[in-house]
Design a protein around this ligand. Structure first.
Ligand code: HEC
Length: 127
C-alpha cells in the first residue's frame, strides 16, 4: 500500500474536508467571543445616563450626604464638576500618583474609566 493509494481514497478526502470544516468553524467561534470584550462604546456619554450611574454604583456609598468621606461628594453635579476641575476625579479613578486610588480597594473597569474620560473631554456637561 503506497502513499498514492492512501490519498486517492475518497473517504479519506471527505474526512479531511470535514475536519477542515470543523476547525474553520472553531476559529470563527473564537472571533465572536473576542469581539464583545474588546469593544467599549464611548459614542454617547452623558452625565445622567453614563457618569452618574457609575458613581452611584461605585462611589456613592462612601461619598454622599453630610457624612461623606473626606467631605468629598459625588451625589450632585456641582460637587462632581469640582472634582473634574481640580483633577481629582480622573486622578483617583485612574490610580494616578499623588491621588488616593478610588474606589477604595478596587478599580473601575477600563471601559467605565474610558467613558468618564470621554465625558470630561467633551466638557463635563450637566447633560
Ligand atoms: C469604601 C469607601 C469608599 C469608596 C467606595 C470610594 N471612596 Fe473615595 N474616599 C474614601 C475615603 C475614606 C477617602 C479619604 C481618605 C483617602 O483620601 O484615602 C476618600 C477620598 C476620596 C477623594 C479625595 C482624594 C484626594 O486625593 O484628595 C476623592 C476625589 C474620592 N475619594 C473619589 C472617589 C470616587 C470617584 C469613587 C468611586 C469611583 C470613590 N471615591 C469611592 C472612601 C471611599
Amino acid at each position: 500500500m503506497g502513499n498514492k493509494t492512501f490519498f486517492r481514497n475518497r473517504y479519506v478526502c471527505i474526512i479531511i474536508f470535514i475536519i477542515l470544516l470543523i476547525t474553520g468553524a472553531g476559529c470563527k467561534y473564537d472571533d465572536q467571543i473576542l469581539l464583545p470584550s474588546t469593544s467599549c462604546d464611548t459614542l454617547i456619554v452623558t452625565y445622567s445616563a453614563t457618569v452618574l450611574p457609575i458613581l452611584n454604583t461605585h462611589c456613592r456609598l462612601c461619598h454622599s450626604g453630610p457624612n461623606a468621606n473626606n467631605g468629598i461628594r459625588v451625589d450632585d453635579y456641582a460637587s462632581v464638576r469640582q472634582l473634574v476641575t481640580n483633577g481629582k476625579l480622573l486622578g483617583t479613578i485612574t490610580h494616578s500618583p499623588g491621588f488616593s486610588p478610588m474606589p477604595q480597594g478596587s478599580k473601575l473597569s477600563e471601559c467605565n474609566i474610558a467613558k468618564i474620560r470621554e465625558w470630561i473631554a467633551r466638557g463635563a456637561l450637566n447633560n
